[in-house]
Design a protein around this ligand. Structure first.
Ligand SMILES: [Fe+2]
Length: 584
């Protein structure tokens, strides 16, 4: 630029600054301040609900009421499509329809005249596979996570790291209850769940959650105990339940995403890819029998309720390859103060008595619960509806191995034949922000568990065609447990009845001696070994002429220390491992 002209412009600029720019600047600042004072702020979200192949719901909260608009498109800079809601509200809800399955969309949220947040790489959603697709999908289950503490943050960050390492983020997060401590209040959800420091505020921008409620969430819906901690049970009609948790979630209640309409947020179902997920409610206990839909303190085998009737209809109707049920209160636990028939854990007992027979009747593959603040999971089991001492491995243990492909092989669920649909794995994922160490984990149905005051983790599971892989991911990034379930035709692989069906251990747990027995239809050589928890062999035996009747081995633990032992039975074609629990 010519130097004379430049100097002139600078001089002019100084004059203008004093005479014109200053008043203009003051006016600008005045109106800017007014504008910023009145600017609508996002106080929660956005977050994603009811993820489907062709639709999704986007929710967010603002400080002042306006209408709502979501812009969306398949690239950040090209969000040309939009969906509106004309209602003036601070609780914004926009449902987008007409989406393409298995597609990544970026989105922005705001009003019909102003975008509040958008053109942001973090704001996206992926649509689900359509009904005919069998695409691999991943779910991430967290339970008892709402403390807003270091544990919650570490569990979140370990998943994010795992997701990055494997190049496969989850398609949805699954909550199994006690989502916000201690009472599931609005303020607790805001500060401990939607928070971005220890909570999931940023995760929810692009990861939908599918949820159920826990007893702590229900403290702000219909409490089950009084201020002294004495069970009083909720006395309200479940159809009238309202509260913060139910206001936050937006699940498909009318069968919009598959499943039978429940008409209620308190329990519902949906499909995602090859998976059917039913969200049950373990908290619906009441002394008023008409409202006791969980069946708390009711031991009748013919007990039913509107929730159980719906579950039967829902599971009977689904044709999905994989059936998964979630609720909060664990039916089985190897920690002594949980799940057995006592006054405190009556909800746990009720789910075992009344939920499990129905879901096993319809071939449910996986059950996800929380409540117990640790990780535990069962063998592949069936038919255990009583207390811990009632577990009969001869009839209830469908596969007593680890279920790991690299060890004894995956759990097999047959799609036809005498064991068609038989066998369920129950997972407790209740340590996503709190751990405990009440007692060692000892239960004949539990394969493995981890319990300590600082043991945090979550459960990741993948579905890919005929295969389901489950993994326990600790807050420190370790995979400490895994198992696989595969679906197979009975006739295509089955030469003899599985050894697992023929083995019986009783009593177990035991104090002095226990009987390990089996019966085979064929005459095979069978070898038995018993190991302690360090892997040291403590007993063994060989059998011939096994077709001659039930073979019985008496394992004597009088001179052994209390604790876990493992038996292993081997034939030429099969092997089977199971747990023995010696108590003194
Ligand atoms: Fe709980």
């Amino acid at each position: 630029m010519n130097s004379k002209i430049h100097k002139l412009l600078l001089k002019t600029d100084r004059i203008m600054s004093k005479k014109i720019y200053a008043p203009l600047l003051a006016a600008f600042l005045f109106f800017s301040t007014l504008t910023s004072l009145n600017a609508q702020l996002i106080l929660r979200g956005p977050y994603l609900q009811s993820p489907g192949p062709n639709s999704i719901i986007i929710r967010w909260r603002t400080d002042t009421p306006t209408d709502s608009r979501v812009y969306y498109g398949t690239s950040i800079g090209s969000q040309t499509l939009f969906a509106d809601s004309a209602t003036a509200t601070t609780e914004h809800r926009v449902k987008i329809n007409g989406l393409t399955p298995l597609t990544k969309y970026y989105y922005s949220v705001g009003t019909t005249t102003n975008t509040l947040r958008g053109n942001d790489a973090a704001l996206f959603f992926n649509t689900a596979p359509d009904a005919s697709s069998h695409s691999p999908i991943r779910f991430w289950t967290i339970g008892d996570f709402g403390h807003g503490n270091d544990g919650e943050r570490k569990v979140r960050d370990s998943y994010l790291q795992y997701s990055q390492n494997t190049g496969h983020p989850a398609d949805a997060q699954i909550w199994v209850g006690d989502n916000a401590y201690s009472d599931g209040t609005e303020a607790e959800f805001q500060s401990k769940v939607f928070d971005t420091i220890n909570g999931y505020g940023n995760v929810f921008l692009n990861l939908p959650f599918i949820s159920t409620s826990g007893n702590h969430d229900y403290n702000s819906i219909c409490p089950w105990q009084n201020a002294q901690g004495i069970p009083v049970l909720c006395g309200q009609d479940p159809n009238t339940h309202t509260g913060p948790y139910l206001n936050i979630i937006d699940p498909p209640t009318l069968g919009e995403l598959g499943g039978v309409a429940s008409g209620r947020k308190i329990f519902y179902s949906m499909d995602y890819g090859d998976v059917h997920i039913a969200s049950m409610n373990s908290e619906l206990g009441s002394y008023t029998s008409a409202y006791n839909w969980t069946g708390v303190l009711n031991t009748s085998q013919t007990f039913t309720s509107p929730m159980l009737d719906w579950l039967k209809a829902d599971l009977a109707a689904t044709t999905k390859k994989w059936k998964v049920v979630i609720w909060h209160q664990t039916p089985y636990s190897g920690q002594d103060n949980f799940t057995e028939e006592n006054s405190v854990q009556i909800f746990c007992t009720a789910t075992r008595h009344h939920f499990n027979p129905i879901l096993e009747q319809y071939g449910v593959d996986l059950v996800l619960v929380g409540h117990d603040h640790n990780y535990q999971r069962t063998f592949l089991i069936n038919g255990h509806y009583g207390g811990k001492p009632d577990f009969d491995s001869a009839t209830m243990m469908i596969n007593g191995t680890s279920g790991r492909e690299a060890e004894e092989g995956p759990y097999v669920k047959y799609t036809n034949g005498p064991l068609s649909g038989v066998g369920t794995v129950y997972v407790i994922a209740g340590n996503s922000s709190e751990g405990n160490t009440y007692s060692p984990i000892m239960h004949p149905a539990i394969y493995w568990g981890e319990a300590c005051d600082t043991c945090y983790g979550s459960f990741i599971w993948d579905v890919n065609g005929d295969r389901l892989d489950g993994r326990y991911l600790t807050a420190t990034g370790e995979i400490k447990d895994s198992f696989t379930i595969v679906k197979q035709q009975w006739n295509s692989i089955q030469k003899t009845e599985p050894l697992a069906n023929k083995v019986k251990v009783a009593p177990n747990p035991f104090t002095d001696q226990t009987e390990i027995s089996f019966a085979l239809n064929s005459n095979e050589e069978v070898h038995l070994d018993v190991y302690d928890i360090s892997g040291k062999k403590v007993a063994s035996n060989d059998y011939d002429n096994t077709k001659t009747g039930r073979q019985i081995y008496i394992f004597d633990g009088k001179n052994l220390s209390a604790g876990q032992y493992f038996y292993e039975l081997k034939t030429e074609e099969q092997s089977l491992r199971g747990k023995l629990m010696l108590v003194k």
